[in-house]
Design a protein around this ligand. Structure first.
Ligand SMILES: Cc1cc2nc3c(=O)[nH]c(=O)nc-3n(C[C@H](O)[C@H](O)[C@H](O)COP(=O)(O)OP(=O)(O)OC[C@H]3O[C@@H](n4cnc5c(N)ncnc54)[C@H](O)[C@@H]3O)c2cc1C
Length: 491
C-alpha cells in the first residue's frame, strides 16, 4: 500500500513490480502534488568536469553538515543513473543543440548542475511520464480520491491495515502488508506557502500518532521568492533559476539586497536569502525581483514565470516582481533508515514526508525530486521482493481531532510567527504555552503536530541551517561546526 502519488509514491509503485500495489491518493494524476509544481529541476553531476563528490559537498554545505554523510553520497552517486532511468521512461529533458543535457544553476550549487524539462516545467513533465507509466502498469491499482485517515496496528504492534475516506465520505478499511507513506510536505499548516493544498502534514501527523519516530522536525525551509500575491496562503513560486539566469533582489529604491550579505550574493543558500528578505518585510518594506536585465532568449526557459506574472498583470521583462519568503520544504519528517524503514514495523516513508538525513538542516535546491526518484525507486524495488499480507487491526490510530476553522487559523498564524526564518525562544515558548492552554488546539491533529515541531525548535538554542535563532547566545552568523567563508553571513 502506497499513500501519496507524487514523484516519490509513483516511483515506489512502479519499482515494486510485479508485487501488487494499491496506490492511495487524494487525486488521480499529477494534480495536487508538489512534484508537479517543481520548476527548477533535478540536481545531478552530469556536466563536464562535475563529480558526485562536488554535488555531495554542496549538499553538506547547504545542510550545515547536519546531514548523514553516507545518505548524501548515495544520493549524489545515484543521481546520474536516476536521470538515465527517467530518460528511458520518456522524460523529455531539455538539451542543447549538441544533444547534451542543458544545465541550470541554483542557489548553493557551485556550478550549473540542474537538469530540467520544458524550461521551468520539470515537475509537470516528470509527473506526466510517471503517471502514464503507472496507468500502464497492471500491478498498480490506483485508488484516487481517497484520504488516509487511520492506521490499523496488529496485536504485535505491526502495521496491518489502513482506513481511507473517499470524497463522498465513505470510509473503507484496507489490509496493508507494507505501508509506504509518501504524503509530501507541511506547507498548508502555515499562512504562506508555495505548497499545494494537499501538503497539510496529515500523513506525518498520523505516523507520529501511531508511534513512528520523527526526526529534525524543527527544520523548515522558507523559499525566499514566492510571488507576493495579496490574498491567499498558497503563493506561486518564482523559481530560483531566474536568479541563476541573472535576476537580482532589490528594495524599493532599487538597491541590491544581497550585495555584501553573502559571498554568493543572490545565489546564497535559501535560508540566508530568506532571512534577509524577511527582515526587510518585517520592517514594513517590500522586496522585489528584478529580472529586467535578462535577454529575450533567456525567457524561453521561463514560460511558467511569464504565465504566473501575466496572471497578476505583471510583465517581468519590463516590471519588478513583488516577492516574499514562504514555507517551501520540510527537511524533517518520519525518521527512516537508509532503506526507508521507520521504527514502526511495516511502516516505510519516502519523499518529503520522510527524513533520512539527506537534507540536513537545510535542503540544497533541486535535491528533493532527486530524493523522491532515487529513494522511491530503491524502496519499491526492495519491497517488491518481499511478500506478506495485511492482517486485521487490533487497534486503530488516528491523528487527532479536526480543529474548527477559527482554531486552525490562529494556529497557522502562531506557527508562521514562531517557526519563521527568524526564530526566538520567546515566540517559540509563547506558541507552546498557547497550544497547551487551549484544549481545542491541543487535541487537534494540527496542534499535536505543531508541538512536535515547536518543542525541538525551542530546545535547539543555537542556530543551525534553516533554524535561525535571533536570540542565540553563540555567534549565529556562522553555521555550527563549519568555519569557512562560504558559510558565513557578512551582515
Ligand atoms: C512550487 C514548488 C516548486 C518546487 N521546485 C522544486 C524543484 O525544482 N526541484 C526539486 O527537487 N524540488 C522542488 N520542490 C520540492 C519538491 O517538489 C517536493 O519536495 C517533492 O516533489 C515532494 O514529493 P513527494 O512525492 O514527497 O510529495 P508530493 O509530490 O507533494 O505528493 C504528495 C502526495 O500525497 C498525497 N497525500 C497527502 N496527504 C494524503 C493523505 N492524508 N491521504 C492520501 N493522500 C495524501 C497527495 O494527494 C499527493 O498525491 C518544489 C516544491 C514546490 C511546492
Amino acid at each position: 500500500m502506497v499513500v501519496g502519488a507524487g514523484v516519490a509514491g509513483l516511483c515506489v509503485a512502479l519499482a515494486a513490480a510485479p508485487r501488487p500495489v494499491i496506490l492511495v491518493s487524494r487525486s488521480r494524476g499529477p494534480s495536487g502534488t508538489a512534484s508537479a509544481m517543481a520548476q527548477g529541476g533535478i540536481a545531478a553531476a552530469v556536466g563536464p568536469g562535475d563529480e558526485a563528490v562536488c554535488h555531495a559537498a554542496d549538499t553538506l554545505v547547504a545542510g550545515a553538515c547536519h546531514n548523514d554523510v553516507g545518505a548524501v553520497l548515495d544520493l549524489a552517486l545515484s543521481a546520474p543513473g536516476a536521470i538515465d532511468w527517467l530518460v528511458s521512461l520518456g522524460v523529455p529533458f531539455d538539451r542543447g543543440s549538441n544533444g547534451m543535457l542543458s544545465l541550470g544553476r541554483e542557489g548553493g550549487h557551485d556550478r550549473a548542475r540542474i537538469v530540467h524539462a520544458g524550461g521551468d516545467a520539470t515537475g509537470r513533465e516528470i509527473m506526466k511520464v510517471l503517471c502514464t507509466a503507472v496507468f500502464a502498469s497492471s500491478h498498480v491499482h490506483w485508488l484516487a480520491g481517497n484520504t488516509l485517515e487511520a492506521i490499523g496496528l496488529s496485536a504485535g504492534g505491526r502495521v496491518a491495515a489502513v482506513r481511507v475516506r473517499d470524497s463522498a465520505g465513505r470510509v473503507e478499511p484496507l489490509q496493508a502488508a507494507d505501508l509506504v507513506l509518501a504524503t509530501g510536505g507541511i506547507g498548508g499548516l502555515f499562512t504562506c506557502t508555495t505548497n499545494p493544498e494537499g501538503s497539510d502534514g496529515a500523513g506525518l501527523a498520523l505516523a507520529l500518532a501511531a508511534g513512528a519516530k520523527g526526526r529534525d522536525l524543527e527544520f523548515i525551509q522558507w523559499h525566499p521568492t514566492a510571488f507576493a500575491v495579496p490574498s491567499g496562503r498558497h503563493l506561486p513560486l518564482i523559481t530560483e533559476a531566474l536568479r541563476g539566469a541573472g535576476a537580482e533582489l532589490v528594495d524599493d529604491e532599487g538597491n541590491r539586497l544581497m550585495r555584501g550579505t553573502h559571498p554568493l550574493g543572490d545565489l546564497a543558500p535559501r535560508d540566508v536569502v530568506a532571512r534577509c528578505l524577511w527582515r526587510h518585510r518585517q520592517a514594513g518594506r517590500r522586496v522585489w525581483l528584478d529580472a529586467r536585465k535578462l535577454l529575450e532568449p533567456a525567457w524561453h526557459q521561463f514560460p511558467g514565470v511569464l504565465a504566473t506574472c501575466a496572471e497578476q498583470g505583471i510583465d517581468p521583462r519590463r516590471e519588478l516582481i513583488p516577492v516574499t519568503p514562504a514555507v517551501h520544504f520540510h527537511m524533517g519528517g518520519i525518521a527512516v533508515d537508509p532503506q526507508g524503514n521507520s521504527n514502526l514495523p511495516g511502516l516505510h516513508a519516502v519523499g518529503e514526508v520522510a527524513c533520512s538525513g539527506v537534507h540536513g538542516a537545510n535542503r540544497l535546491a533541486s535535491n528533493s525530486l532527486l530524493e523522491g526518484v532515487v529513494c522511491g525507486h530503491a524502496l519499491g524495488a526492495r519491497l517488491g521482493k518481499s511478500g506478506g499480507r495485511g492482517g486485521s487491526a487490533a487497534r486503530w490510530v488516528d491523528a487527532g481531532a479536526v480543529p474548527t476553522p477559527a482554531v486552525g487559523r490562529s494556529l497557522s498564524a502562531m506557527l508562521t510567527d514562531a517557526l519563521g526564518p527568524l526564530r526566538s525562544g520567546r515566540t517559540l515558548a509563547a506558541a507552546v504555552d498557547a497550544i497547551g492552554a487551549d484544549p481545542a488546539m491541543a487535541c487537534s491533529w494540527q496542534g499535536r503536530l505543531a508541538l512536535r515541531m515547536l518543542v525541538p525548535a525551542l530546545a535547539r538554542t543555537r542556530s543551525l541551517g534553516a533554524h535561525f535563532r535571533v536570540d542565540s547566545a553563540a555567534n549565529h552568523n556562522i553555521r555550527q561546526g563549519i568555519e569557512t567563508d562560504a558559510y558565513g553571513e557578512i551582515a
